[in-house]
Design a protein around this ligand. Structure first.
Ligand code: HOZ
Length: 427
């Protein structure tokens, strides 16, 4: 497959941008060779600058549940842009998006829009600390909540991809109040709380881990966390930046019927434009300035373009049959991949919740970050390139997620399974 234009583009971008990319995993360094520079996307496909076509399961790392350049999203953004791209003043669109979110997500009575998932988690934790008057926070090994200083300890996504335990540039003091426990382990949570009585402001987690591959919660795990945190006056925060409006219209909390105190959103609610949001019980959100003394602000927060793309996307997702279609297509893909690994005698763990999925190259059952770390990343590298060379694009890391969107056709899924089977037969 010809990729000389991408190679030249990458050589140039590295002169001006660290690693030639604006987010680390994109530079393909953990799978080797060079990244493909994308020219355009349409529906389920992306096209690189050498003219290659790929069936895309990266979906901009989750937001593009309607696929690339959905005509309604493009029209909404175009119409809004013609009236001005930013005002730094309230608009009716912001209330419209907030109302949709409040009506959809069980835990959210009030919501504040920001510009990224990182801002959302950072702000939610500040609010939880302000509300409780406590400093310590509890996070889960392998959960990734953006690049907030004190949340990079034992984080997933790029931190896991590059094998880092945490990030340089974060003073020890900043992470002093971050406690970490394994996923799917309620005893570890109880122990951490017992050792820090009345000191923990919040427990933050991805209810379905989506930055270490895909790791679903065990039956009863989220319910147990709800109970334990409630008993101890700890704010339970679900980071639903990936799962929000992805696994169900009301997110993982409605999928599993467990309501946290606060929720962080991003990705899908911006329809492919930069966005984030955090919300929760009215009483807690009333701590946010100007109602309360917890400060958080942003010049481009509630940006009209992002908000209009988000509203259009969420309206489409509210139509009947949408989540059933995502489930059916993703199940067909996951089953096809499982059959292929079995047929070719490959040790694999297949993980899927709704339209999020991951194939781990391991003989272990993956129920937490340590399980995910047993995966053979060299095998993943070969699998990744085999797929890419056959016109199928997945995230360039074992520790990210694959996303099926509403525009993936049966044909796309069959082509993908056929390509994967060919690749697996050669591993
Ligand atoms: N680390 C994020 C996904 N888990 C974003 C990756 C990117 O956009 O490059």
């Amino acid at each position: 497959m010809e990729s000389s234009k991408s190679l030249t583009a990458w050589q140039k971008s590295q002169q001006f941008i660290p690693g030639g990319v604006n987010s680390p995993v994109r530079n393909f360094s953990k799978v080797g060779k060079h990244p493909r520079f994308i020219d355009r996307g349409n529906g389920s496909k992306v096209y690189d600058i050498d003219g290659n076509e790929y069936i895309d399961y990266v979906a901009s790392w989750g937001p593009l549940v309607l696929g690339h350049a959905h005509p309604d999203v493009v029209e909404a953004v175009t119409v809004v842009a013609a009236s001005g791209t930013s005002f730094g003043a309230p608009t009716l669109l912001e209330t419209e998006l907030a109302e949709i979110i409040v009506n959809a997500v069980p835990s959210i009575e009030q919501v504040r829009l920001v510009n990224s998932g990182t801002e959302a988690t950072m702000s939610a934790i500040r609010v939880a600390r302000g509300y409780t008057g406590r400093d310590k926070i509890l996070k889960i090994d392998g959960c990734y909540h953006g690049h907030v200083d004190y949340l990079l300890a034992k984080a997933g996504s790029g931190v896991a991809t590059f094998g880092l335990s945490d990030s340089g540039g974060v003073p020890e003091d900043f992470a002093r109040n971050t406690l970490t426990v394994p996923f799917n382990d309620t005893d570890a949570v109880k122990k951490a709380i017992a050792a820090n009585t009345d000191e923990i402001a919040c427990l933050i987690l991805e209810p379905i881990m989506g930055n270490m591959g895909i790791i679903p919660p065990r039956d009863g795990y989220l319910d147990a966390l709800r109970e334990i945190t409630e008993q101890n006056g700890i704010i339970l925060i679900f980071d639903e930046v990936i799962t929000g409006f992805r696994v169900a219209f009301g997110g993982a909390q409605s999928y599993y019927n467990v309501t946290p105190d606060m929720t962080c959103l991003g990705k899908i609610i911006g329809g492919g434009l930069p966005v984030g949001a955090y919300g929760g019980k009215r009483e807690i959100m009333q701590c946010v300035a100007p109602e309360g003394d917890v400060y958080q602000a942003g010049t481009l927060s509630g940006n009209p373009l992002a908000v209009s793309a988000g509203i259009t996307t969420l309206k489409k997702l509210s139509e009947s049959g949408v989540y059933e279609q995502l489930e059916e297509r993703a199940a067909t893909l996951a089953n096809g991949l499982a059959d292929a690994t079995q047929k070719h005698g490959i040790d694999a763990w297949h993980s899927r919740v709704g339209s999020m999925l991951m194939l781990y190259f391991t003989s272990e059952t993956v129920t937490d970050a340590d399980g995910a770390r047993t995966a053979d990343t060299d095998r993943f590298r070969q699998y990744f390139w085999g797929l890419l060379e056959r016109g199928v694009s997945i995230a360039p890391s074992q520790f990210e997620a694959g996303f099926v969107s509403l525009v993936h056709t049966e044909d796309d899924i069959n082509t993908t399974v056929k390509a994967a089977s060919e690749v697996l037969s050669q591993l």
